[in-house]
Write a protein that binds this ligand. Sequence first.
Ligand code: TXA
Ligand code: MG
Length: 337
Amino acid sequence: MKTLLLPADDKSISYAAELLNKGQTVAIPTETVYGLAAIALNEAAVSRVFKAKGRPQDNPLIVHISSLEMISPLVLDIPAPAKKLAEAFWPGALTMIFKSSGLIPKSVTAKLDTVAIRFPSHEVAKRIIEETGMPLAAPSANSSGKPSPTTAAHVYNDLKGKIPAVIDGGECNVGIESTVVLLNDDSVTLLRPGGITVEMLSAFTDVTVAEGVLHEVSDGERPLSPGMKHKHYSPKTKIIMVEGDFEKFKAFVAEKSNQKYGVMVFDGEEKSFSVPSVVYGGKESAAAQANRLFSALRLVDDLNVKVVYARSPQKDGVGLAVYNRLIRAAGFEVITL
Ligand code: TXA
Ligand code: MG
């Protein structure tokens, strides 16, 4: 299959909607990461998404909408926290998990009785959903296991030959996937941290952070979100996350001179090293780190080293989301200095 890389203009948006309505997949830009979209009610189209990504069937997809009216047929009810959070953060980088009405096929929800819904704020994503007139199932548009794509080129590298088109909307603003919350009657459980932070959610409802956000889900355990147990964001090169201040980090890696290693550090810090390095945003800006993290992870294998020691982000605000992705890229291997 030839994969078209198209500019995000009116013509391409209409063409994308046409392909989707014919049961094809299209990679689309969103404010978080690029998504690989298919009409959520079309099971044959949805199976093409799983196939192109090589995604395990037991990992459910997020359903994307372009208006609040699109929700009610898809869900059993709308709990109180959902109303408040939708008003505060939609359209935007928040996914909420509702009890499913059963309309969305089991292949999308991985046989769960819940459905994840997001109303993206990206103009191109919104217009494509509007033009199809249908909810779109869209996981991140990477090959399963690779870092999520934040540019059309990332998508193209992963999926060329496997999907008919990528709509190039430039670089994604947020750079990491949406915050995912499970809705309870009077509270929410955070399943995946993102650009909408715990602190922001807490202004509207009680928030519990699920165990799997910061810790490895052990074998045999059934996590609240299937995505927690899948291998994620992994370059081929081994990454080890190192917690501690910059002086300690420098001293720690200085002792590794017998290894072929590189470092993953904050902007400007690379000047202190003579080994290969990648940078992932300024030390003080978690938003900049989020924006750069996945691009940086895609560069790690080009360093041609055996192991990369990575500086650890903060665990508050957007930093929690950066930490959550990086610790998975490191296979939960952390050294605390
Ligand atoms: O920002 C985003 O959310 C991007 C863009 C394209 O919208 N999408 C995205 O999709 O990150 P994906 O498939 O890469 O991640 C969806 C996550 C997975 O961890 C999945 O397990 C979880 O959401 N999920 C989906 N439906 C769920 C459900 N019913 N219950 C629990 N977790 C669910
Ligand atoms: Mg993904």
